[in-house]
Write a protein that binds this ligand. Structure first.
Ligand code: NAD
Length: 241
């Protein structure tokens, strides 16, 4: 068996970070070497593996960082992955244009993959949306997303990514956001014209789909040359396996 890939989880105390920690043992190709959060008392992490963000630069060697944190924590995470020459997977949403440019720049030196959504279902929905937009020119398109009350950015990164697919097909989407209760994530799209409507929807019941997707993508990404990868690249690579 080949040597496991040393993994750092950034944002480890959060809703997503906790699922990443719980599911990482399902991936024998990965070995957790460090978990980072704002504070070092991270539930479920042995003290020797837990690091506060203030001591990020002192973390041990790693080959893959998986980041689900917040925009204000993102620059430090990407900077460390770059300094260590490690692969970088991020699901952090609400990034600024400058942070997206920093991802592009880092991709000249390390493999990076950012996605607003690591679920296979949303990857398929994105394709359907682009095709529907192309087939229904001039129709109104509304994208409505619902998430838990703690989510800070709106519209969601996934809604914006679906909107980008719709724009690629010629549509001009409008967005609406709901924040309520403990909703994991729902995206509902309505194409409307005089006398008829087409609806497409995706509902996430568990954060585990995103965590499993990010870990699987990370295991693959750590073996790739520097570049800016997408979920489509990963799906295409898996299809060739
Ligand atoms: P959360 O608020 O529960 O957790 C945030 C984590 O970031 C915590 O561990 C916190 O300690 C850490 N953090 C905050 N400030 C920090 C700092 N300055 N330095 C280091 N760490 C810091 O959030 P969450 O619900 O787990 O979501 C995290 C991110 O993932 C959000 O941007 C969310 O929108 C996104 N998300 C993406 C997907 C996807 O598939 N791409 C799915 C779910 C959530």
């Amino acid at each position: 068996m080949s040597t496991p890939i040393d993994l750092l989880i950034h944002g480890a105390s959060g809703r997503m970070g906790q699922r990443l920690l719980a599911l990482a043992p399902e991936h024998p190709g990965l070995r957790l070497v460090a978990a980072v959060a704002r504070r070092a008392d991270i539930p479920g992490v042995a003290p020797g593996l837990a690091w506060p963000a203030a001591r990020l630069s002192e973390t041990p060697a790693f080959a893959l960082m998986v980041d689900f944190s917040l925009p204000e924590a993102f620059d430090g995470a990407l900077g460390l992955a770059l300094a260590r020459g490690a692969a970088f997977v991020s699901g952090t949403t609400g990034l600024t244009p400058a942070q997206r440019e920093a991802l592009d720049a880092a991709a000249r030196h390390i493999p990076v993959l950012w996605s607003a959504n690591f679920s296979l279902g949303v990857a398929v929905l994105s394709d359907l949306v682009e095709r529907a937009a192309r087939a229904l020119p001039g129709w109104d398109l509304d994208i409505v997303e619902s998430h838990h009350i703690h989510k800070k950015d709106a519209p969601s990164g996934t809604a914006l990514a679906l909107g980008a697919s719709a724009k690629a097909g010629g549509a001009e989407p409008r967005y609406a956001s709901l924040r309520a209760g403990d909703i994991v994530g729902e995206h509902w799209l309505q194409f409307a014209s005089a006398g008829e409507r087409v609806e497409l929807a995706h509902r996430a019941n568990s954060r585990d789909i995103f965590a499993r997707g990010a870990l699987a993508v990370g295991e693959w990404l750590a073996g790739q040359p520097p570049g800016h990868y997408t979920m489509r690249d990963w799906v295409a690579a898996k299809a060739l396996d």
